[in-house]
Write a protein that binds this ligand. Structure first.
Ligand SMILES: Nc1nc2c(ncn2[C@@H]2O[C@H](COP(=O)(O)OP(=O)(O)OP(=O)(O)O)[C@@H](O)[C@H]2O)c(=O)[nH]1
Ligand SMILES: [Zn+2]
Length: 197
C-alpha cells in the first residue's frame, strides 16, 4: 500500500493473460518443463488463486465495516478467533493465524461479521503481521470512533518454518491498543482474560 491512508488500489490489474505468462516464465526459471501435463493448467490456477489471496487490494477496508448501528452499549465487545490467511511481503510466503478484536463503543456498533470482513480486507494482501494489527485498530478507531480498541493477532509464518531459520511451531503475537485500552491495564487484562475462555 502506498501510504498510511491508501487502503485500496484502483489500479489492480485483472490481466489474467499477463499473469499466466509470468507464472509460466517463473516455472521455466525454477527448472520445470511447462509442457508436462501436470503443469499445463498451473499458470491459470495460480492466477485464480492470486485473485483470491490478494483480493484485499481491490477493497477499501473502511468500506467493509459498512452499516453501523446506533446503540448505547458502552461496554466491551469482543470477536475472537477470526482466522486469517495472508502473505508476507518479504518472501511472498503464507502466514496465518487468528485475530482477536475488542472495542468499547461510544454510540456506534459494527455488525459482527463486518469485523471479520475487516480482517479479510487487510490480510488478503502482501503484509507484515504488525501492519495487519495496526490497520485493524486504526480503521476501527476511524470508522466507529469508539472509546477504545484492542487488537491481538497471532501468526505462524511459513518463511520462518519451511525455510530460512526453520523454526516450525514458533508463533508471533502482535497487539495494538487505542483509546481507553492504552490508559487502563485493567481493561487490557479483562480483554486478555476473555480471550482465554
Ligand atoms: N516484523 C516482521 N517480519 C517479518 C514478517 N514476515 C516475515 N518477516 C521477516 O522478514 C525478514 C526479512 O529478512 P531478510 O534478511 O531481508 O531476508 P532473509 O535473508 O530471507 O531472512 P531469513 O528469513 O532470516 O532467512 C525475516 O527476518 C522474516 O522473518 C512480519 O510479518 N513481520
Ligand atoms: Zn517472510
Amino acid at each position: 500500500m502506498a501510504g498510511a491512508k491508501d487502503y485500496s488500489n484502483s489500479q489492480v490489474s485483472h490481466n489474467r493473460e499477463q499473469m499466466e505468462f509470468h507464472i509460466r516464465e517463473i516455472l521455466k526459471l525454477i527448472g520445470e518443463d511447462v509442457e508436462r501435463e501436470g503443469l499445463l493448467e498451473t499458470p491459470a490456477r495460480v492466477t485464480r488463486m492470486y485473485e483470491e489471496i490478494f483480493a484485499g487490494y481491490a477493497v477499501d477496508p473502511r468500506d467493509v465495516l459498512g452499516v453501523t448501528f446506533d446503540e448505547q452499549h458502552e461496554e466491551l465487545v469482543i470477536v475472537k478467533d477470526i482466522v486469517y490467511y495472508s502473505q508476507c511481503e518479504h518472501h511472498m510466503a503464507p502466514f496465518f493465524g487468528k485475530a482477536h478484536i475488542g472495542y468499547i463503543p461510544s454510540g456506534k456498533i459494527a455488525g459482527l461479521s463486518k469485523l471479520a470482513r475487516l480482517v479479510e480486507a487487510v490480510s488478503r494482501r502482501l503484509q507484515v503481521q504488525e501492519r495487519i494489527t495496526s490497520q485493524i485498530a486504526n480503521i476501527l478507531e476511524e470508522v466507529l470512533m469508539p472509546h477504545g480498541v484492542m487488537v491481538v493477532v497471532e501468526g505462524e509464518h511459513l518463511c520462518m518454518c519451511a525455510r530460512g531459520v526453520k523454526k516450525p511451531g514458533s508463533k508471533t503475537v502482535t497487539s495494538a491498543v487505542r483509546g481507553q485500552f492504552r490508559q487502563s491495564s485493567a481493561l487490557r487484562s479483562e480483554f486478555l482474560e476473555l480471550l482465554k475462555r
